[in-house]
Write a new protein. Structure first.
Length: 134
């Protein structure tokens, strides 16, 4: 009997250990499932983030291409303006033309008749004779 009791105690100890090991295996299995779940959700989040980043990047690239096109258009317009600018009159030339027009403008000058002109010439001739004789 002592042997049966001893066998019973050994069996009980083996069952207790088996239960303990089973319980630890369940905990480890649950932890692995939690870790796998976290990994899966992390991967899903990464996939979503990558998709959003690709969409944003493609939009940014479209904007950059549009900006490059606009810059190219602006450069062309600037070149056209520079070409037109070369054809413009220089400030000095404009001032010279203004002075010439002012000299020829009948609005700013008085008209004289031939008789008045001859009289003034005669005065100048007479005045020069007087001035020449000391």
């Amino acid at each position: 009997m002592p042997e049966a009791k001893q066998n019973s105690l050994v069996i009980q100890e083996l069952v207790r250990r088996a239960n303990s090991h089973t319980q630890r295996l369940r905990k480890i299995d649950e932890q692995i499932r939690n870790i796998n779940s976290k990994i899966d959700s992390g991967e899903e989040q990464k996939i979503k983030t990558d998709k959003l980043n690709k969409e944003k990047f493609s939009k940014i690239m479209e904007k950059v291409e549009e900006i490059n096109k606009n810059l190219s258009d602006l450069k062309n317009e600037i070149l056209k303006i520079k070409d037109k600018e070369k054809k413009f009159a220089k400030n000095k030339r404009v001032e010279t033309v203004e002075k010439e027009i002012e000299l020829l403008s009948p609005v700013k000058h008085e008209f004289v008749t031939w008789s008045e002109f001859n009289r003034e010439i005669k005065k100048l001739k007479d005045g020069s004779k007087i001035a020449v004789q000391p």
